[in-house]
Design a binder for this molecule. Structure first.
Ligand SMILES: Nc1ncnc2c1ncn2[C@@H]1O[C@H](COP(=O)(O)OP(=O)(O)OP(=O)(O)O)[C@@H](O)[C@H]1O
Ligand SMILES: [Mg+2]
Length: 231
């Protein structure tokens, strides 16, 4: 990468609008994963959740991002209760307002990286931002078939695909899991930069304390609770 991404002032001005509120969330599969989870995401706020494998990080991300109704509690987005919306409205929110970066990425195999991005661009009716692809260091890989890309390259293409649609809130599940330290830091900077520039929100789950420390607010999922931590 020739040009480092500059992160704008990361301090949170007082009065930043709320984007999403989760209140008193509990969820269990075979056993209780977590209880009484309260969390808010403000405009321009970046949040990280740490926790060991199996602590429920992905489950919490799915609950906040409209994919899984919690056993207990509510998620409020855009003045409405997320899980009281119609399926159609939920789909609209998921398509237009939320950008979900999954732990295992789902690119269209058999297509090139660029074709994958073009699909996202057409669906969202947004132009591909080539500067973004440069920052993600994938501009050299656009003509390659996705199956020829390394895990880390595929991860970056899937991040680009999500950002192209200009979501209000990005939910990212281990977005830097397959990346070396340097590339991981750069990718996080891209996500943070996007959030600050677009008055969005970023919710990242990770097991990597260095990645978490780049965010404004950090929590740890531990002992069935979401606890604030200072790194
Ligand atoms: N759909 C499901 N049905 C049953 N159990 C599930 C389901 N999804 C997750 N679990 C269980 O819930 C627990 C937490 O899973 P989750 O994926 O949220 O953890 P995680 O913190 O994201 O872990 P990792 O760091 O390994 O990704 C695990 O024991 C998992 O087996
Ligand atoms: Mg997970």
């Amino acid at each position: 990468m020739e040009e480092a991404v500059q992160i704008p002032d990361s301090s949170l001005p007082v009065g930043n609008k709320l984007l999403l509120v989760a209140s008193n969330i509990s969820h269990a599969f075979d056993y209780t994963l977590f209880e009484h989870v309260d969390l808010s995401i403000h405009q321009r706020e970046t949040i990280a959740v740490l926790g060991v494998s199996g602590s429920g990080k992905s489950t919490l991300l799915h609950i906040l991002s409209s994919l899984l109704k919690p056993n207990k509690g509510r998620v409020i987005f855009d003045k409405g209760y997320l899980y009281e919306q119609s399926d159609r409205e939920l789909l609209r929110i998921r398509r237009e307002a939320f950008g979900i970066i999954f732990q295992s990425h789902y690119l269209f195999k058999g297509f090139t990286a660029l074709e994958n991005l073009e699909v996202a661009s057409i669906v969202a009716n947004r132009k591909i931002d080539y500067k973004l692809l440069e920052h993600l260091k994938i501009e050299q890989n656009l003509a390659q078939n996705v199956s020829e890309l390394s895990g880390g390259q595929q991860q970056r293409v899937s991040i680009a695909r999500v950002l192209i649609k200009k979501p209000k809130i990005i939910f990212a599940d281990e977005p830097t899991g397959n990346l070396d330290r340097g590339t991981a830091d750069e990718v996080m900077k891209v996500l943070i930069h996007y959030t600050k520039q677009n008055d969005g929100g970023l919710f990242v789950v990770t097991h990597d304390e260095k990645i978490a420390a780049m965010c404004d607010t950090v929590y740890r999922l531990q002992d069935k609770r979401l606890q604030p931590v200072i790194l």
